[in-house]
Design a protein around this ligand. Structure first.
Ligand code: SDX
Length: 429
């Protein structure tokens, strides 16, 4: 089959460029030679029509509401496996055998402790600091403690850094929470699974044992799976760009955490719960829907809409089911926030404004209600998102570093500022 090409004509210049097809999904036009041939750049702020890289990790079909990790549907991974199985799949590309899974669990478990001086590092923050601010600082500081896994050219060090990140994020997140609430840090226990260990590090206190509820632990593990990776979203693109300069993995993940914090991205789960609380009761929904539609009002319906999904976010459906499971297990019969969320979803999905713009609930819509029921304060919601997304950031970072064609990312611009002009001395201004 002859290779496909795209043709661009700019004035008198016509340029043919190769069109590449992936395994599934849209083709891409390789415009690498465009500037050299025409002197023009492409222009796509927000990257609505731009593929920034080639990847084998995650595929999203926004129109069909499909999410695949290494070809496996999120619905199957979330219902059949656990989070560390998904971590293995994202990192190595295949589902682990029983022996590989047991070895991977062992290796992750034995990296969960952090250098004990990290606890002194936390003392430098105000107690009321937002846990995401603490996480950006603490994760970036890991490079100051683990010099033996910062050489990105060494595959062994890359894998050790990857295991350290996946293993230590729950420990650091729990420390950020404990520091915020003024309770002593709780060390990880090697006989607990990933989600149970995290719950215990967050909620155990020296005065009494913490009883792990297996239904809640399983629900949290599933929530981690739902947030593990999501193609080239803003925070993953940040990690890739930082990594393309050769920065160490801890610094790259800290950059990803910073990007995730934004309310348009991972910060939406915290703001969404605040929005549901502000709406308060079902009868107040219409006025908020009106605000969301009002061009002069910056208010957006948090937890709704997505750059890629123009159908239901498959994760939101699983999140919704998990939300009901957790509330039932905890005996929370009528959560007013859930009543508001379900009514809001029903109204929005039947409103022309949302239908026309294909705005559906995303992964952040039901996660906040679930995490609040489990006992996390809203300020910890995005931290939990970061804990889960670390494996996706790391897998994408490794893929970029190991790409033989990898270059430093350095976009250009459309310059609309002043033309060259002469300096004017102060007296003449
Ligand atoms: C995540 O990229 C990822 O994969 C992210 C993520 C991941 O796993 O990494 O999935 C996680 O970040 C989920 C998204 C969480 N954010 C929110 O819930 C915040 C609320 N959503 C919006 O801010 C918005 O929908 C975005 C940022 C998510 C997507 O914005 P886009 O793709 O740039 O779309 P847009 O802002 O251009 O919106 C298109 C239209 C606009 O109206 P018009 O100008 O065409 O009239 O839809 C409107 C927007 O005003 N719109 C909304 C809306 N989202 C979009 N109107 C009201 N409420 C909303 N939530």
């Amino acid at each position: 089959m002859s290779a496909k090409t795209g043709t661009i004509r700019i004035g008198e210049k016509t340029v043919d460029m190769p069109v590449r097809s992936g395994t599934i999904g849209p083709d891409v036009v390789d415009i690498g030679k465009l500037y050299g041939a025409t002197g023009a750049f492409t222009y796509d702020p927000g990257f609505l029509s731009t593929a920034a890289c080639e990847s084998k990790i995650t595929y999203i079909d926004g129109d069909e509401g499909v999410l695949l990790h290494r070809g496996y549907a999120i619905e199957e991974l979330a219902s059949q496996g656990d989070f560390l199985e998904t971590c293995y799949l994202l990192l190595y590309g295949e589902l682990p055998t029983a022996a590989q899974k047991s070895d991977f669990d062992y290796r992750v478990t034995r990296h969960t402790m952090v250098h004990d001086q990290m606890s002194r590092f936390f003392q430098g923050f105000r107690r009321d600091a937002h846990p995401m601010a603490v996480m950006v600082g603490a994760v970036g500081a890991l490079a100051a403690f683990y010099h033996d896994s910062t050489d990105i050219t060494d595959p062994t060090q890359r894998m050790i850094a990857s295991m350290r990140m996946i293993a230590k994020m729950p420990t650091l997140a729990a420390m950020a929470y404990k520091y915020n609430v003024g309770q002593p840090f709780v060390y990880p226990k090697n006989d607990l699974d990933y989600a149970s260990n995290f719950l215990r590090m967050c909620f155990a206190v020296p005065c009494e044992d913490y009883k792990i509820n297996p239904v809640i632990a399983r629900a949290l593990d599933r929530i981690f799976i739902l947030h593990a990776d999501h193609e080239q979203n803003a925070s993953t693109s940040t990690v890739r760009l930082a990594g393309s300069t050769g920065a160490n993995p801890f610094a790259c993940i800290a950059a990803g955490i910073a990007a995730l914090w934004g309310p348009a991205h991972g910060g939406a789960n915290e703001i969404c719960l605040q929005m549901l609380a502000e709406i308060g009761t079902v009868d107040r929904i219409p006025q908020f829907i009106a605000r969301a539609k009002d061009k002069n009002d910056p208010f957006k319906l948090m937890g709704f809409g997505h750059r890629v999904y123009k159908n239901f976010d498959p994760r939101a459906k699983i999140m919704h089911k998990t939300c009901h499971e957790v509330l039932k297990e905890l005996g929370i019969k009528d959560d007013p926030l859930l009543d508001v969320a379900m009514e809001l979803e029903k109204i929005a999905l039947n409103d022309e404004y949302f239908i026309e713009r294909k705005l559906y609930p995303n992964v952040d819509f039901y996660s906040g209600i679930t995490l609040k029921a489990i006992g996390f304060p809203t300020s910890m919601f995005t931290v939990l998102f970061a804990v889960a997304r670390t494996v996706g950031w790391i897998a994408q970072w490794k893929e970029m570093i190991e790409d033989p064609n990898q270059k430093i990312g350095r976009p250009r611009q459309l310059y609309t500022g002043q033309p060259a002009r002469k300096y004017v001395e102060t007296a003449k201004r």
